[in-house]
Design a protein around this ligand. Structure first.
Ligand SMILES: Cc1cc2nc3c(=O)[nH]c(=O)nc-3n(C[C@H](O)[C@H](O)[C@H](O)COP(=O)(O)OP(=O)(O)OC[C@H]3O[C@@H](n4cnc5c(N)ncnc54)[C@H](O)[C@@H]3O)c2cc1C
Length: 445
């Protein structure tokens, strides 16, 4: 028996022209707006979703509980996933042949947008494995942004070839030091900070010494883009070096047992006179600060997409629970308070996805202000959605197998890395500053 006031049946009864302007779609909540993506991105997103559902999601619970391994060791399932991801192009989807697996058609759209779509699907499946795969791309980013085609060809082609051959060459990105997290991300702190990793000039290149910490994937990486100051100079001399981790003097001191995203190692790197030849200086001497900021502008929107992926996963867990769990003899979903909560979660998740996609679709040259706004707003809201899901599940949410406590531990980390959300708020202001402090700019407002 149809409810006579249901919009679905009402819409169907409208004359043909009226029906052109109304709809009551039955499609998946998260799939509908993907139909409006440009065709090459639709394809990438669909492939990413399939890969995530078939190969990432099945490992997510076991990899969260798996024992914390010493540096350099990895669980066989993780190695198998990396091999598959390498062969299927998920470690090289940024670059076109012959140095990557991207189709030329996808390059008609901003790279950041493509990355956001993939990261959302992978995060929905598993935060730790998503970070493991994403950290590799972060490591390659300074090379790409250096714009040095010779360097890109020389250093990234072997990476791609190894990945294609099922012998993944992972990269990592190293800016954070034991005494500097925010200082490596924010101009105010950086101006006062004395860098801990220093490059000393020698015949044919540089010797790097010092420590980097919390480097995602640094335990498995074969090369790392390491940011170091030149000997006797400060942060303004920061330079990016492409470090081969097989060089003598390079050591992974330890990996952190961290609250979430456990399938990805957070490594402390110890460098003792590690030799880097001149031709592995990325983007030129003293260009490190600019390369770092450009990398963060490109990577903060995908971090925002991690939030979208986690919020989606949390909403899905909550809906499944509300449909199956009975209270007072009827499924939870029939209670209006529960419906109100689910409606809020859906609206929040769609709002942050809209924000990220709206910015990413124009992000040929990602702007600091919007990259930071997307990062802090989407991850703050996403955590809120995950907490609403936990509320809805009650004590069931505390159980590991319900997934929501793991999603909550994972989403919390997105508010810390790539600059804490406080630092991202300051980055927004820094970018806006010329107008904000201009006495005439707001005069007419
Ligand atoms: C899971 C994970 C993965 C990571 N992966 C990487 C990686 O791959 N590569 C890498 O280089 N780093 C990585 N990091 C490090 C990360 O980028 C830093 O943790 C982050 O930048 C914050 O730095 P911090 O933890 O040292 O905090 P701190 O800089 O010590 O800040 C401590 C507190 O002070 C606040 N604060 C600092 N300065 C200001 C200010 N001026 N005004 C107001 N508040 C301020 C901060 O917001 C924070 O609340 C990772 C971290 C985590 C947790």
């Amino acid at each position: 028996m149809h409810d006579p006031l249901s919009p679905r049946w009402q819409f169907d009864a409208l004359p043909l022209l009226g029906r052109c302007f109304t709809t009551y779609p039955q499609a998946d909540l998260w799939e509908r707006d993907t139909a409006n993506l440009p065709a090459p991105l639709r394809k990438v997103r669909r492939r990413a979703r399939e890969f995530a559902e078939q190969h990432i999601e099945p490992l997510s619970a076991s990899m969260d509980l798996a024992p914390h391994l010493p540096p350099g060791q990895a669980h066989p399932e993780v190695l198998a996933l990396l091999q598959r991801a390498g062969r299927e192009g998920w470690l090289s989807y940024f670059l076109p042949a012959p140095i990557g697996s991207a189709s030329w058609a996808t390059l008609t759209q901003p790279l950041v947008w493509q990355c956001c779509l993939v990261v959302e699907e992978f995060s929905r499946a598993c935060g730790g494995l998503m970070l493991l795969l994403s950290a590799h791309h972060l490591g390659t980013m300074p090379l790409l942004l250096s714009g040095d085609l010779g360097l890109i060809w020389r250093l990234l082609r072997p990476v791609y070839q190894a990945c294609q051959a099922g012998d993944p060459h992972l990269m990592a990105f190293a800016i954070t030091e034991p005494g500097a997290g925010s200082d490596a991300e924010d101009g105010h702190g950086a101006a006062l900070y004395r860098p801990g990793v220093v490059a000393k000039p020698v015949d044919g290149g540089w010797l790097l010494s010092g420590r980097k910490c919390y480097i995602s994937g640094g335990d498995l990486a074969r090369s790392v883009t390491v940011f170091a100051a030149l000997q006797g100079e400060g942060m303004a001399s920061w330079t990016c070096f492409h470090v081969d981790t097989a060089q003598s003097g390079f050591k992974v001191a330890r990996t952190e047992l961290k609250m979430g995203m456990r399938a990805s190692g957070a490594a402390e790197l110890e460098l003792t006179d590690v030799f880097v030849p001149h031709d592995r200086v990325v983007g030129g001497l003293r260009q490190g600060w600019a390369l770092n900021r450009a990398t963060l502008n490109a990577s903060r929107m995908p971090v925002a997409s991690m939030g979208v992926g986690f919020a989606r996963a949390a909403t899905e867990v909550a809906v499944a629970f509300a449909r199956n769990y009975k209270l007072g003899g009827k499924p939870l979903i029939h209670y209006q308070e529960v419906q109100l909560q689910l409606a809020q979660m859906v609206a929040e998740t769609r709002a942050i996805r809209s924000m990220v996609w709206q910015e990413a679709r124009h992000a040929w040259r990602p702007r600091q202000l919007m990259a930071s706004a997307c990062k802090f707003h989407a991850t703050d809201r996403a955590q809120n959605v995950c907490e609403m899901a936990l509320d809805l599940l009650g004590d069931h949410g505390a159980a590991h197998e319900a997934r929501i406590e793991r999603i909550l531990r994972d989403v919390r980390l997105t508010r810390i890395f790539e600059g804490t959300n406080q630092i991202n708020r300051l980055s927004l202001i820094e970018d806006w500053q010329p107008q904000l402090l201009d006495a005439h700019h707001f005069a007419g407002v």
